[in-house]
Design a protein around this ligand. Structure first.
Ligand code: ZN
Length: 300
């Protein structure tokens, strides 16, 4: 008997197969999401990949997560700008393949739950991913905090610099336009006339090239301040910072330095800022544990 966990990313999809009730993966496979071919094409390729490792009647639980707005009560993907998909009933389609003991979740919520599940005794945890964009998931008293519309934790498009750089959402000075990977690249492109990879930009800042220092340190300072304000608002036990840029040692150190300087020191208040620890991936462990804890969901 097996459990199946799937993380649908903008570029790649990760499929991990577990023996039921184990957290050590049996099989791991990545394949191109190729979302422009549409959700039906994707689901057909997903089914083919899964069929190499699992016999559908043997799947006890399944969980799928992706970036974007998800209605968790129905398992419907409302909108994913990353994938370019709108209104896809992923729960219904996957139930047809693997049975209805499954869940569909937003990837940051899943990652927060995954990280929380690996830290016994922790009441509340915030997971922030800093990569192309910036997102957040919140677990409080062991539950994912979703808000009234399911969009809690959408910090990427909060305004942090009213006259700051333009964002993909059409507004100015959003957190991810100032401090996210794509945001840093666009700011560099403005003075250089060409795009550089985020890692290269951070490396040039580490080598003290002034224009790059200004952009990278500026972004890290704003993100550090933002996280300090968020910590003071939510008071979690642990803040986990993941994502490719969030795990970059230089950028991470800059953000942590600013964060540590700015958060409000009440007596006995200490907040752990930690790297992700759920293996092979926080989102995967999150959807695995959520699918096991939530049991049967209805298709809608
Ligand atoms: Zn924005």
């Amino acid at each position: 008997m097996t459990d199946l966990a799937i993380d649908v990313g903008g570029t790649k999809t990760l499929v991990v197969v577990f023996e039921d009730d184990q957290v050590k993966p049996l099989y791991v496979e990545r394949f191109p999401t190729d979302s422009t071919a549409g959700p039906e094409n994707f689901i057909a390729r997903l089914a083919k990949v899964c069929s190499k490792y699992v016999d559908p009647p043997d799947v006890v639980h399944w969980g799928l997560c992706t970036a974007g707005a998800v209605d968790v009560s129905t398992g419907r993907l409302i909108w994913s700008p990353n994938l370019g998909w709108k209104d896809v009933n992923l729960h219904e389609r996957l139930s047809q393949l693997f049975g209805d003991r499954g869940i569909v979740e937003n990837d940051c919520n899943a990652a927060a739950y995954g990280e929380w599940s690996t830290r016994p005794g922790i009441d509340s945890l915030v997971y922030v991913t800093v990569s192309t964009g910036i997102g957040m998931g919140i677990v409080s008293s062991g539950h994912i905090m979703r808000g009234s519309h399911g969009f809690a934790g959408e910090i990427g498009h909060t305004t942090v610099l009213p006259d700051g750089p333009e964002c993909a959402c059409g507004r100015r000075g959003c957190l991810q336009a100032v401090a996210g990977g794509r945001g840093l690249s666009i700011q560099v492109e403005r003075f250089l006339g060409k795009r550089l990879a985020t890692e290269e930009i951070v490396d040039l800042a580490r080598e003290n090239k002034p224009e790059y220092v200004e952009i990278v340190v500026g972004g890290a300072a704003i993100l550090g301040r933002f996280l300090a304000n968020m910590i003071d608002t939510l008071d979690p036990a642990v803040l986990v910072m993941g994502g490719s840029l969030g795990k970059n040692p230089h950028y991470r150190r800059l953000v942590v330095d600013f964060f540590t300087k700015f958060y409000y020191r009440l007596p006995d208040k200490t907040v752990g800022i930690e790297p992700p620890s759920a293996e092979p991936d926080p989102c995967i462990i999150g959807v695995l544990q959520l699918s096991r804890s939530m049991g049967v969901r209805k298709s809608g």
